[in-house]
Design a protein around this ligand. Structure first.
Ligand code: BGC
Length: 900
């Protein structure tokens, strides 16, 4: 048998591999186990830390602790890490029944960034012309500095950020693999910076070159024309290269007045409109040492970044180019255009390789998610060109180009002006998928292929919309951090990808923006909607603003990391204090006269008025109010704030009483007799047990009368299937999930969708694009149903936050013959897999449930047998349960027609 080992030693929420430039001074440590025996429990662990000084491990420190915990254990050193310090951590552990420890793990490395402002000795520099023409989109600026390093180089770090987005090169070689660094943040609250190990880039004579463009900092953002210069008029660069020599001395090359700037070949670099690259305007050798053309001008030094704007690495993983797709088809349209179909709606850009074209020839690449009447469907993009242009140098051997400073959401690319005589189009073009580089955590599959496709589509929509911040959509003139979308999707997001880093940073943005708005959270964060713009007037709004509580809570459930709750607690409390209540009547509820987005995009609302849902918007707001109050009471308990917990508990109780008086008939009927109203009332525990039974029956009846079509918008969609299950109608939930008639989750799948759509019918059955103004084909909100698929159909869920205890309880009904889900938890992979096989006895099935329980954790397996359920509790390992099984409910479920 292979020996038990400690693996995956990591820090905080960072992935495997060295954590470079971190902000934490006492980073917590986690690990997993390989080859653990069944029922393994950790009894004791030992962490060994060594500091690396000039490449040598010194200051050995070791700490042995008796504890079953292997997730986020405290930093063992008495002293915090200081700037630039690098540590190696090794872990070993001993199980409950073991007398000896495992061998030491492989070392994992962590290195602190520049933790104090005084560590930064560089100036913020800008091209002299950067502030000109503030109303116009600007080309990129190039910055350069030549320098000589005397002595042998031990290691080198580049600390760098910009106002705008940047890419750095040293001696003509690209530094790092991040896309659109430094990423997007509320730049007046926090400026993210990056740390790169550039040891291998340097020689004796060197040039550091950096291209900087507007990006989110000063480029156009927002709908209906949007705004420019939201965080400032001038792009700028801040960089500090630190080279440690073999004799221990430090050489620093910092941005200052000695740098020079020039305009580069990227003539336009806009998030919405795209990139224009003019290869005839390249500055040859701009990032290598040697004679330069006359285009370089001394930079201007700007005032320093204010002290109150901290420079931070942040918790998020960087955005990277993560996948390459080749076109699946070349289409000639009725109008004679050439369109490439990549077979997948994705986010990123298109790259061309080795294409020969005459000098000054301009190639156009226009992006769209769908075709309409056989042509590129650009209307949904609104005020957004989504077009890249490349002007050829005229190299006979061919030229390669990829956009660096923009991104698009697309499946189709129209190629205009492909040079005559150039190589075959589809061989020379590929799509590059870009997003925040999150670890894949969860998977799902079952016996219905269309549901598997739906799950894959949900995953793609999350990928497309987690690009530096969580956005609503990635293609039109928005791509904004809409708070409501994330509030509803967060519990699902954490089941798909490791996203606690990106969401942690983003929630801090929300809190920063919220403070600027006197306590009312922003509609979008980073906030680009101000008073002078549509939606700029900020007023309290349920769900969207409840993100302050729902977001952190989803992260807590996934990670059991209380620091997330602690960091967001003031944001939660501040938000709840802003909710306007009624002066009379239900005084513990939302002011009934306030506008609400409510069940946004209810399919029954007119396409141009998505807030006009069947369900009363204030009822929806109040249901979420009770939910938020329940959650903050639990947060307060977790954080040891007993008085607050009692207060919020009482407020939740009062709000429930008012909700019942206002909206619930004694027998369980609701004043909004809708799918959404019942779903929320059931899932948020607003009903007594008899009322719940009645409400569940009524919900099932409404769904059957609606021929299993979905009639929920943003608010109800995450909850409707779960509410049906909770009230004993899993068969109806499955009928709804499997329904293909619009509105349904599978309708888009039958329409060849490869992502989740914003509207149930973003594309109408006749292939036309929905006439509504807002029609995206890549919005994750309705994908929240993936949680239901994992938790009910595959039956895998947490029993405690952080996955220390789990439950497998599949809902074996409907036409399904098998289902399976896996999740990479902090302790290792957990999985549930069930299959129905033939049983020896006629009319019976054999249900086999196979589970994998990660080391140091425990699982309850609920096995539904012929004579009811039995529950087994198991420790780590692989376990198989088999039982004779007959489905409790008939299939198919019948809809209710006019005559019953
Ligand atoms: C966005 C939505 C968002 C909504 C709120 C839309 O334009 O795309 O997802 O939540 O506005 O009004």
């Amino acid at each position: 048998m292979t020996a038990l080992t400690v693996t995956d030693v990591r820090f905080e929420q960072y992935g495997l591999g060295p954590a470079l430039g971190v902000d934490e001074t006492r980073p917590r440590i986690s690990w997993r186990f390989a080859n653990a025996p069944p029922n393994f429990r950790q009894e004791e662990y030992e962490i060994q830390l060594t500091r690396l000084a000039n490449g040598v491990e010194i200051d050995l420190y070791s700490s042995r602790i008796t504890s079953p915990e292997s997730h986020l254990v405290p930093w063992p050193l008495p002293a915090p890490i200081s700037s630039r310090q690098r540590y190696a951590a090794r872990v070993r552990a001993r199980g409950k029944d073991d007398t000896v420890f495992t061998p030491w793990s492989e070392p994992s490395f962590i290195e602190a960034g520049l933790l104090s402002r005084s560590d930064w000795s560089c100036d913020l520099i800008s091209a002299p012309w950067a502030g000109d023409d503030p109303d116009k989109a600007k080309p990129e600026d190039l910055f350069r500095k030549e320098f000589v390093i005397r002595g042998s180089i031990l290691h080198a770090r580049l600390y760098i950020t910009s106002h705008g987005v940047y890419e750095a090169e040293i001696n003509g070689q690209r530094v790092g693999d991040f896309f659109l660094a430094p990423g997007w943040a509320s730049y007046d609250g926090r400026l993210p910076y990056q740390t790169y190990d550039v040891t291998q880039h340097l020689s004796q004579t060197n040039t550091l070159g950096v291209r900087v463009a507007e990006g989110w900092f000063s480029g156009r953002l927002g709908f209906e024309g949007g705004s420019r210069n939201i965080w400032g008029r001038r792009t700028a660069l801040l960089a500090q290269l630190e080279v440690t020599l073999a004799d221990g001395s430090l050489v620093t090359i910092a941005t200052d007045g000695s740098w020079t700037a020039a305009q580069g070949p990227i003539r336009l670099a806009e998030i919405y409109d795209g990139e224009k690259y003019d290869a005839t305007a390249e500055v040859p050798g701009w990032s290598v040492a040697g004679p330069q053309s006359a285009c370089w001008t001394p930079v201007e030094v700007l005032p320093p970044i204010p002290e109150q704007v901290p420079l931070l690495r942040g918790a998020a993983e960087p955005v990277r180019r993560v996948q390459v797709l080749k076109p699946v088809e070349t289409i000639t349209t009725p109008a004679g255009k050439t369109i490439l179909d990549f077979g997948q709606n994705l986010v990123g850009y298109v790259r061309i390789k080795n294409v020969a074209g005459p000098r000054e020839h301009v190639l156009l690449l226009s992006h769209a998610e769908v075709l309409e009447d056989g042509e590129l469907g650009v209307r949904p993009l609104r005020v957004c060109k989504a077009r890249d242009e490349y002007t050829f140098r005229g190299d006979l051997g061919g030229e390669s180009y990829e956009p660096r400073l923009t991104f698009h959401g697309f499946r189709y690319v129209q190629v205009d002006n492909w040079p005559a005589g150039a190589a075959d189009l589809s061989d020379s073009v590929e799509a590059v998928v870009c997003h925040t580089d999150m670890e894949e955590r969860g998977s799902f599959s079952c016996s219905d292929e269309k549901l598997n496709k739906l799950f894959a589509n949900i995953r793609w929509s999350m990928r497309g919309n987690f690009l530096s911040v969580p956005t609503d959509c990635p293609q039109r003139d928005e791509r904004l951090g809409w708070t409501g979308d994330l509030a509803l999707f967060a519990p699902t997001a954490v089941l798909l990808y490791g996203c606690s880093g990106i969401l942690r940073d983003w929630l801090q943005n929300v809190w920063f923006d919220q403070k600027k708005l006197n306590g009312v959270p922003p509609m979008v964060s980073p906030n680009v909607l101000y008073d002078n713009k549509p939606w700029g007037r900020v007023f309290p709004l349920a769900i969207w603003h409840d993100v302050t509580i729902l977001g952190p809570w989803a992260l807590w459930e996934e990670t059991r990391d209380h620091t997330i709750l602690a960091a967001q607690y003031d944001s939660m409390v501040t938000w709840l204090n802003c909710i306007p209540k009624n002066k009379e009547g239900p005084t513990r509820l939302w002011d009934l006269s306030k506008p609400q987005l409510g069940d946004w995009l209810d399919p029954n609302a007119p396409p141009s008025e998505p807030h006009k849902a069947l369900t009363d918007g204030v009822l929806v707001a109040n249901a979420f109010l009770t939910h938020s109050l329940d959650l903050i009471a639990r947060v307060a308990t977790i954080l040891g704030k007993g008085d607050d917990a009692a207060k919020y508990h009482a407020m939740a109780k009062d709000a429930r009483a008012d909700f019942a008086a206002e909206y619930i008939a004694p027998n369980g009927r609701l004043v909004s007799d809708t799918q959404t109203a019942y779903s929320l009332a059931i899932c948020f525990h607003l009903l007594s047990p008899p009322q719940l039974r009645r409400a569940g029956s009524r919900l099932a009846e409404i769904v059957r009368r609606n021929s299993f079509r979905v009639a929920t918008g943003f608010a109800g969609t995450p909850f409707v299937c779960e509410a049906l299950c909770l009230s004993g109608h899993s068969d109806v939930a499955y009928a709804m999930l499997l329904n293909e008639k619009c509105p349904s989750w599978l309708y888009p799948v039958t329409m060849d969708a490869t992502t989740v759509w914003e509207r149930w019918d973003s594309m109408l059955p006749d292939g036309r694009i929905n006439p509504g103004e807002m029609t995206s084909f890549n919005h994750y909100a309705y994908g929240a149903v993936a949680k239901f698929m994992v938790e009910r159909l595959a039956g895998l869920r947490r029993l405690e936050p952080g996955w220390k205890r789990t439950r497998v309880q599949p809902e074996v009904e409907g036409p399904f013959t098998w289902a399976r889900a896996e999740h990479l938890t902090p302790y290792g992979m957990v999985s549930s897999s069930w299959v129905l096989a033939k049983h020896a006895e006629a009319g019976m099935n054999e249900l086999r449930i196979e589970v994998v329980v990660p080391p140091t954790t425990e699982m309850e397996v609920v096995i539904p047998g012929v004579d009811g359920c039995r529950t087994e509790t198991v420790g780590s390992g692989k376990w198989l349960f088999a039982t004779a099984y007959v489905r409790r409910k008939g299939w198919p479920v019948k809809p209710i027609g006019f005559f019953g």
